[in-house]
Ligand binder design. Structure first.
Ligand code: ADP
Ligand code: C5P
Ligand code: MG
Length: 212
């Protein structure tokens, strides 16, 4: 416990006070490969545990639709499966956090690489917010590929060419972030290859402990 500027104390739960509002802010990162079921399970968690779900990918897609000046850059990066600079994504997350009025957040699909993680940490340290735990939805590429090709949400990146690029970025850039949090004892691994309701049973057991 104690200093939140100390990386070794990232596990501190009692210090998660947002100095701006004076409220205790809880952040849970939801990570795992594309199609591992992050969004699906976040919807279940919201219904049962009162969190606000913030999907970095959804926020970026909304930013494209809004006609923002960054829209074209974001669209090109998503088509290539590349990770948008943290500065852009964090601004969207911060705005959504402020607008939510909630104090409990599932941050889904972020941090996605080292640059995302380091930028977020430098900002949240000032606000005294630390990720409480990291949910890791672990699933084989074969299963994720099947799910993405059947998702049918009209996403421009759910085609086999972009999916392969996303898997490569996941292996090279996102898994090291999960390993980083694993070394801090924060990761709760979930077998995401199982059916949706079975996965949620595992998720529920984790949240019952977090909220206890
Ligand atoms: P992510 O947010 O991790 O990319 P989604 O939650 O959007 O993944 O899920 C990708 C697709 O797979 C969706 O069509 C969803 O309905 C389906 N799906 C999610 N979880 C499972 C599961 N456990 N078993 C089978 N299909 C799943
Ligand atoms: O999480 P989701 O599958 O919705 O992400 C879709 C795409 O959005 C990613 O492949 C990436 O191009 C972009 N993204 C990003 N930075 C994040 C999360 C998503 O650039 N932190
Ligand atoms: Mg998603």
């Amino acid at each position: 416990m104690g200093s939140v500027t100390d990386t070794a104390n990232m596990g501190s739960v009692t210090d998660t006070t947002n100095t701006e509002s004076g409220k205790k802010v809880t952040v849970i990162f939801v990570l795992g490969g594309p199609g591992s079921g992050k969004g699906t399970q976040c919807t279940n968690i919201v219904q049962n545990f009162g969190y606000t779900h913030l999907s970095a990918g959804d926020l970026l897609r909304a930013e494209i639709k809004s006609g923002s000046e960054n829209g074209t850059m974001i669209q090109n990066m998503i088509k290539e499966g590349k990770i948008v600079p943290a500065e852009v994504t964090i601004k969207l997350l911060q705005k959504a956090i402020q607008e939510s009025g909630n104090e409990k957040f599932l941050i889904d699909g972020f941090p996605r690489n080292e640059e995302n993680r380091a930028s977020f940490e430098s900002i949240v340290r000032l606000l005294r917010i630390v990720p409480e735990i990291v949910l890791f939805f672990d699933c084989s590429e074969e299963e994720m590929e099947k799910r993405l090709l059947n998702r049918n949400q009209g996403r421009e990146d759910d085609n086999i060419e972009t999916i392969r690029k996303r898997f490569k970025v996941y292996m090279e850039s996102s898994l090291p972030v999960i390993q980083y949090y694993g070394n801090l004892g924060k990761v709760r691994r979930i077998d995401a290859a199982k059916p949706i309701d079975v996965v949620f049973e595992e998720v529920k057991a984790i949240f019952e402990k977090v909220d206890a």
